[in-house]
Design a protein around this ligand. Structure first.
Ligand code: TMP
Ligand code: ASP
Length: 239
């Protein structure tokens, strides 16, 4: 039955049709990839943890006024979300230097930026998701001017809200990636997932990495990092 309903399969999730054309079912996988799919693996328990963590964060952001696609939690690895058209743009917000910006600009890992740095990437596997600017987004027709403004504004608001949420749990939000979708009415909604796959989380006290960099860089204790983020958010008590 699942096979007939499958709409799309990505690296970390599968999207299925439901009886309601405006709602799809997302099933989170344990599969993990890095470096545009070059490195492949599996992180046991990741699907369930990311499903729970992402549901928790979207509910939190929704209560704080961020329009989003999340509808409801369905089962340990599944959630229902609004059927949206994903804009082919990844929006990254950085508070401190890590990952690609360290290499690109020759920075010191961990160095703070005076204000958040917003970046746009073209979601295109064949091109390896290149960094682009707002003029590129416009001429490639990836989003309208209004959508570009909306994405930037929402990304900065998510940064403020998520930084505040995580610091209460003793976690520093280093950077993260967002994706946006457009619903049937043309409304811009925060979409995809927000999880240790898509954020860099460092323990505030020790600086320990509690995210997918443990997989990307073979640091070990990968499952533990995802579990730790879920525990800090309140764990099983929430869902
Ligand atoms: P980067 O430093 O590799 O550019 O990553 C910036 C942030 O975006 C980091 O929190 C990880 C996240 N990210 C994704 O969610 N998906 C991706 O494909 C990449 C490259 C990064
Ligand atoms: N998930 C991405 C990929 O495999 C990369 C990453 O998260 O580092 O393309």
């Amino acid at each position: 039955m699942d096979r007939e309903q499958l709409l799309y399969e990505g690296k970390a999730k599968k999207i299925f049709r439901t009886d309601d054309p405006e709602v799809v079912r997302v099933k989170y996988k344990d599969d993990a990839t890095a470096f545009n799919g070059e490195k492949k693996g599996s992180i046991s328990g990741k699907g369930e943890l990311n499903n729970r963590i992402s549901a928790f964060i979207f509910e939190y952001l929704g209560k704080q006024g961020i329009p989003h696609h999340f509808v409801r939690f369905l089962s340990p690895k599944e959630q229902l979300v609004k059927h949206v058209t994903i804009l082919p743009v990844e929006v990254v917000v950085r508070n401190r230097a890590a990952g690609s910006i360290v290499k690109r600009l020759g920075l010191q890992e961990g160095q703070s930026f005076p204000r958040p740095v917003v970046e746009f990437y073209y979601k295109n596997d064949d091109l390896g998701d290149p960094l682009i600017n707002e003029d590129h987004v416009a001429f490639l027709d990836l989003a309208s001017q209004e959508q570009i403004r909306g994405m930037r504004q929402m990304a900065l608001k998510v940064n403020r809200l998520l930084t505040a949420l995580m610091i209460e749990k003793g976690v520093d939000l280093i950077d993260f990636k967002l994706e946006f979708g457009v619903d049937q009415e043309g409304k811009l909604l925060l979409a995809d997932e927000i999880s240790p796959d898509t954020c860099r989380f460092w323990d505030h006290q020790t600086g320990q990495k509690l995210d997918k960099d443990r997989f990307r860089r073979d640091l070990g204790e990968v499952e533990h990092a995802y579990q730790e983020i879920w525990n800090r958010l309140g764990g099983e008590k929430h869902v």
